[in-house]
Design a protein. Structure first.
Length: 167
């Protein structure tokens, strides 16, 4: 039960942090990113609270945070390309978010061996994957904001000498 209580505290803290980060972020895509991941964390919290209350949980498929963010980026291409300078606070929020997700992954990896039921174990295993996707989203965003030229090169798989990947 200790793992569940710690997980509830972790998710509650993440929700509060992502909500505040969304409120402070100037770029609309940044806001959507933080709010989207906050919604995932709210779902995690709901599952943990059900376990604590002795209620049955349903371990759903992954929330697919990467797919949702890809859609957000595709729907807002013009806003993404609009140059809005990120502030030090926004960059710091991304670094904090990456560390929070990394810490959650490590905790859930340990907790998966401590839980009582197969459903709880399945939930922790699912959350490890989701939190890794959250980490990847934040890391990718941080890389984009800190060096968008390199980000486009790596993400679009361009070849530095001008060649094409299919040639």
């Amino acid at each position: 039960m200790d793992a569940i209580k710690i997980a509830i505290k972790t998710e509650t803290d993440a929700i509060a942090f992502y909500k505040e980060a969304a409120e402070k972020t100037r770029h609309p895509i940044g806001k959507k990113m933080f709010l989207s991941i906050m919604e995932d964390e709210e779902g995690h919290l709901e599952n943990f609270e059900c376990i604590l209350e002795g209620l049955d949980i349903k371990v759903h498929d992954l929330a697919r945070p990467m797919e949702r963010m890809k859609n957000v980026f595709e729907e807002n291409k013009d806003a993404l390309l609009e140059k809005i300078e990120s502030t030090t606070d926004e960059m710091e929020a991304l670094k904090i978010a990456m560390q929070m997700e990394k810490d959650s992954i490590e905790f859930y990896k340990k907790a998966v061996n401590e839980v009582q039921t197969p459903k709880e174990k399945a939930l922790f295993e699912k959350l490890i994957k989701e939190e890794q996707q959250h980490y990847d989203i934040f890391a990718n965003t941080y890389f984009f904001l800190s060096d968008s030229g390199s980000w486009f090169m790596w993400e679009e798989h361009s070849i530095v000498d001008g060649g094409t990947p299919w040639a």
